[in-house]
Write a protein that binds this ligand. Structure first.
Ligand code: ARG
Length: 305
């Protein structure tokens, strides 16, 4: 009996230890409040105060990850000899921000899901890839203010347009519907076409090629990108507007860089206010209507169709 009481006491002691130990951990977690506080403090600073506080992966340089398969946001414009040059309003804005902050600019092209991973691991400073500031992503990255408004669309072949009078018509078993890996378009596909087969593909041009060849019945895509492809491929149709609560594009900033985030917001505000952003959008649209390449270049820096 005595033994039994002793055993119970021991169990209680362990339980109490675990309980208070956990409580200790809880207190630790709430200590993240000062970080949140810091974000506000930095947001209240002037640009001159922020500049010396900027911490980047490489000192003096802004390292930007992008996914150049997304005209007019980011893509390659081909010159008269067919040489690819990075273009798009995201990248023009990246250049503006780097100048504004007195940093050198480095752009690293990769697939869209790669941009998310690089931001998560902190191996780049920012991601500019037409990011929708989805709150789910806030565990991985911080978002700048919105610099561009956009919507979402469902695309299909023009010849099939009548099959999709509304989104409910995309929600049928047997349909194959594409969306880019890691994008919010995957979530939209799951929401509106849950009975269809959802096919994730790494690059937007792969999605387009499969819609054009009839392998995919349709795809979810950002409206400006869908319209840009429609200009170049008239057999394609931007069939439906897709409701999406989160609108617009923001810059993804690696977490815990409050000075950088605040400084970037300064630069974005300036680009919006001085008319630069409007010009970047105009110029990007013009270039996107010309000869372009969407995707990644070969190791030799050339286009490999
Ligand atoms: N706006 C969508 C998202 O944030 C798609 C972005 C894809 N960007 C790209 N460069 N491919 O998920």
């Amino acid at each position: 009996m005595k033994k039994c009481v002793l055993l119970m006491l021991a169990v209680l002691a362990v339980a109490a230890f675990v309980w208070f130990g956990n409580k200790g951990e809880c207190t630790k977690k709430t200590e993240s409040v000062p970080v949140a506080q810091a974000q506000e403090d930095y947001a209240a600073m002037s640009l001159e105060e922020l500049k010396p506080l900027l911490e980047t992966v490489t000192e003096g340089r802004l390292t930007v990850a992008t996914s150049p398969d997304f005209a007019p946001y980011e893509f390659y414009a081909l010159d008269s000899e067919g040489n690819p040059n990075l273009a798009g309003f995201d990248l023009a804005l990246a250049g503006y921000i780097a100048d504004y902050l007195g940093l050198e600019l480095e752009i690293i092209p990769m697939d869209f899901d790669g941009v998310i991973m690089e931001l998560q691991s902190g191996s780049v400073d920012i991601g500019m890839a037409g990011f929708t500031p989805d709150p789910v992503r806030e565990a991985i990255m911080d978002f700048s203010k919105i610099y561009y408004q956009s919507g979402q669309s469902f695309i299909c072949l023009k010849s099939n347009k009548d099959r999709y009078p509304d989104l409910a018509a995309t929600d049928r078993a047997g349909l194959e519907i594409g969306a880019q890996t890691g994008s919010i378009q995957i979530d939209l596909a799951k929401k509106y076409s849950s009975n269809a087969d959802i096919v994730p593909l790494a690059k937007v041009p792969e999605i387009l090629a499969e819609v054009l060849s009839g392998k995919l019945d349709g795809a979810y895509i950002e409206t400006p990108v869908a319209k840009s492809y429609q200009t170049n491929y008239p057999e394609l149709c931007v069939a439906l507007d897709v409701p999406c609560e989160i609108k617009g594009s923001a810059i993804g900033v690696t977490k815990n860089h409050p000075a950088l985030l605040a400084a970037i917001n300064f630069a974005v505000t300036a680009a919006l206010d001085d008319g630069s952003m409007a010009r970047f959008i105009r110029e990007a649209r013009e270039l996107a209507d010309g000869n372009t390449y969407e995707g990644l270049l070969g190791a030799d820096g050339k286009v490999h169709p």
